[in-house]
Design a protein around this ligand. Structure first.
Ligand code: ADP
Ligand code: MG
Length: 353
């Protein structure tokens, strides 16, 4: 498991709040032309001229959304940025700035926060967003991170959850389910470690799954790809809570139904092997597991030729009249009503009927 490779411990008290903010943010760069004033005043100042602004916030709580037993702090910082950038991508917008708010108990030394911030800065660089502010404070127990992402888009490019038509095609990017199985592998190794701390896990067979869980990426490439293909999705959402739950959001808000086809689900071979090893149904995980941060969107039927055969996209179903309901069509060609069971669904013994 993840060990403390950095035995040096500087207490937070030694730096104080302002010293800590200064220490964590001293290397923060400003690259976006829309950033007029970043860190250092009472508020950041941004100028987007005639663009529309999109804003999204997420809150991550230790013990609820992440477990530091297997989540290295650098990865946590990176992921905290990614999940917010993903929400901006799901609006078909481009992320430009973030603010970073952190609360920590004095259990964490300065070096731990440096690692966290290292991950945050790395992601900011990769996604080309400026860190323009935040807040730093103490908590009685554990770590809390809240990131707000700001993005820009032309009004006509923005995609909402509402907008899917009843004959539109349903499309997903990348592959799904892997992040959930990565978490199962990490949970298993954590339990092994608790029994035998000398055990060195061999995780070679699981690298893709673990990476999908610990170091997900947001699909900032999709906006550009869609633009190049001259496609504007009629609706879009990111897959954070699981495919089934996100399909229900699109259907409810757009007043349409949906047929999702089991045999069209894009699954990675490593994912399928590990589902077999864990004796868990790959379709159940693919539609209910969360945290894949892929994009789910609908397009008009006439756009099919533009996306067919593109390795970034899988057409996994089509929308229907609302009265037809929301169904999974199995390989055996039976129709099962989809349920939004979300992220925790798989921890119950219920089977996918
Ligand atoms: P205030 O008293 O207005 O809350 P602070 O002293 O908390 O101001 O913050 C000073 C500056 O540092 C502000 O620009 C704030 O946005 C920024 N800041 C504070 N904490 C962070 C952080 N964790 N990451 C980035 N910027 C931060
Ligand atoms: Mg403050």
């Amino acid at each position: 498991m993840i060990e403390d490779k950095n035995p040096q411990r500087t207490t937070l008290g030694a730096l104080g709040e302002f010293g800590l903010i200064e220490h964590l943010t001293k290397d923060v760069e400003i690259n976006q032309p829309t950033t007029i004033k970043g860190i250092g005043d009472d508020a950041a100042v941004l100028d987007f001229k005639d663009k529309k602004i999109v804003v999204s916030t997420d809150l991550l709580i230790e013990g609820v959304h992440f477990d530091l037993a297997y989540m290295p702090l650098k990865h946590l910082g990176y992921k905290a940025v990614v999940v917010n950038v993903s929400d901006i991508c799901a609006m078909n917008a481009t992320a430009t700035q973030i603010t970073v708010s952190i609360a920590v108990s004095n259990r964490f030394p300065v070096e731990a926060l440096e690692e966290l911030y290292d991950g945050i800065r790395t992601a900011a660089k990769v996604y080309n967003v400026d860190i323009v502010g935040g807040d730093t404070t103490s908590s009685q127990k554990g770590m809390i991170i809240s990131i707000t992402a700001i993005g820009e888009a032309d009004e006509e490019d923005i995609t909402y959850r509402v907008g899917a038509g009843s004959t539109d095609l349903l499309v997903v990017t990348g592959d799904i389910g892997a992040a959930y199985m990565g978490l199962q592998v990490l949970e298993r190794e954590k339990q092994v470690f608790q029994v035998n701390p000398d055990n060195q896990p061999d995780l070679d067979a699981y690298t893709y799954l673990i990476e999908r869980q610990l170091k997900p990426e947001a699909r900032k490439d999709i906006k550009l790809l869609l633009k190049a293909l001259e496609i504007k999705p009629t609706s879009m959402i990111d897959i954070s809570d699981g495919l089934s739950s996100e399909i229900m959001h699109l259907c409810k808000q757009s007043n349409v139904g949906c047929n999702l086809y089991e045999d069209k689900l894009p699954l990675d071979p490593q994912f399928m092997n590990v589902c077999e090893e864990f004796n868990i149904d790959s379709t159940t995980v693919a539609i209910n597991g969360g945290e894949d941060y892929e994009l789910l969107f609908t397009v008009r039927m006439e756009d099919f030729d533009k996306i067919k055969g593109n390795p970034n996209f899988s057409v996994i179903g089509h929308m229907t009249q609302e009265s037809e309901g929301i169904h999974l069509v199995t390989r055996a060609n039976t129709k099962i009503p989809l349920k939004a069971r979300g992220w925790n669904a798989l921890s119950t013994d219920e089977d996918q009927e």
